[in-house]
Ligand binder design. Sequence first.
Ligand code: IVH
Length: 668
Amino acid sequence: MEEVKQKIEQLRDEINRWNYQYYVLAKPAISDFAFDMKLKELEKLEAEYPEYDDPNSPTHRVGSDINKNFTQVKHRSPMLSLSNTYTEGEVLDFYTRTKKVLKSDFELVCELKYDGVSISLLYEQGELVQAITRGDGVVGDDITANIRTIKSIPLKLMGSGYPDVFEIRGEVLMPWPVFNQINEDRAEEGEEPFANPRNAAAGALKNQNPQVVAQRKLDAYFYYLIGRDLPYSTHYENLQAARSWGFKISDAVKKCETQEKVFEYIQYWDKERKNLPVTTDGVVLKVNSLRQQTGLGWTSKSPRWAIAYKFQAESVETRLLSVDFQVGRTGTVTPVANLEPVLLSGTIVKRATLHNASIMKAFDLHIGDWCYVEKGGEIIPKITGVNKASRTVLGERVTFITNCPACGTPLERREGEVAYFCPNHAHCDPQIIGAIVHFAQRKAMNLMAGPETIEFFYKKGLIKNTADLYELKMEDISCLEGWGEKSAANFIESVEKSKQVPFNRVLYALGIRDVGETGAKRLTGYFQNIERLSTASYDRLMSVDDIGERIAENVREYFADKENIELVARLKSYGLQFTLSITALAERTRILRGKTFVISGTFSQHSRDEYKELIEKNGGKNVSSVSSNTNYVLAGENMGPAKLEKARKLCIKIISEKEFLAMININR
Ligand code: IVH
């Protein structure tokens, strides 16, 4: 038996090495045929001896099991972004600022900014244990099974010197040739092509079936290590070490000691990147020394020790065929140009935004005009101008509409604003659908229903507003086209789960104009419940930090509308959170400093997790098992008899939830 185990391990090592030579170094060491034979040999042995199976075996790269939903996992450290710059002047500012703060010399590492899907991988004892998407930066999806199918990602590390536990972050990308092939196939099947390789990669990673992901031939580049025992005290050297462990680290990474070298790097790669097999949209500059990085620190959104410089967007010319007017969720009407299809930064563009009535008027557009199209940071391309010199015949002049294209209501414009909007918020289809889509999105109520599903439900007459989502039953949807028992159950479960979504996200989900995620946090933190918020005066609203006139007016306007009040009341009756949770309300104290708690049993006033959080917020510590070091056992109903016995034996104080709340001065 030991022999079989050894043979299996030897085969895995060999196959991992060949994979690395093929996918990371692009230097195949054996023929495809010989490789397949070895892989088959390993598969056979693993099938015969399932006791030696290992999720990190290279045979699992083809994807073996179907996983249903992704589990959401909290990042060990948040995945923040980089602050963007667009001009050499801004890069120079970063350089000068860094120099001033550090008061000493420093090296910068220049890297390419890969435009894919960011992921964070966790390795323990040299093995891949978890892969998480960026998600909202704090919580992401566990996509380990899908990530295992990417052949250039090491499942087991090579070499030595890697920390016992570390995270490595990078970007999953779809190479251009794979992207083009997939789009050709999609076109043949009559499916909508992917707009760009990033969307295609993101779509692939979201697939619930790893076998499908494996066919997508994704690749991954890595650029950031996090861990306590990294081998070097500099970023560049750690990246080189990571390369020796089997990760794909771009050859373009370069140390630059002077500003001139940084600019040379930017200029070189602005041209050269077009020859790369994957998309890049800029250069990232990072201070090399980890000690200096710590000295510079972070803002709430990004590190102060790094910036991104974004390459200038490419611009092309194409003809204007027609103009559509789209109505957004808050009623804003946006003009959209339909264009003669044109290739721009590798993708075909057919539509581009014309921004708003004022900009459109300034272009003095006529059908058939040659327009300049650019892709900014956003996915939606934009018209940046008209080449009037190329006008041969003057087509019909494009004018802004006066009535809503969806419901016919005359459009209005607010004082001091450029956008026209349809005021018929409650009865204009695209606005209603948009509001429900906003409500359901991940950052809000996180329902398992994207824009197509919501539109489908709406058009079928199943929902007319957000509250109707909570009335939907299994039997209403499982019989619908494209739905089954399972997908219906998943959707219903997500609706049920959304009743635990905290108040700040619920407020954001309501979609009050200009109330974003941060605004919602400020308002809920200040008013604590919907009753106080909905009756707050304009002046009171204005007194909240970061809340200005516009938000204050919009909040007043929202709650002055009887239909909105009724909607909120209905949502409340279904159990959505319209009050700050006890843990959000509790202040940090040191009341429980030095005290160790074991929580056991079930509770009636608050959840177990809430009690855990309350202990930590008040300076105490949670442990899982009773020992002589435990100070208190917080006991609920049905506490385990063994635990109770042990606590009694050790004379540990057993307290009820009421006693606990009194201890931390919460009397409710
Ligand atoms: S470093 C805290 N390096 O760009 C810094 N990011 O806009 C961690 N990205 O979320 C990121 N190439 O998804 C870093 N060479 C590179 C990158 C890179 C692409 C992405 C990454 C990040 C985003 C920030």
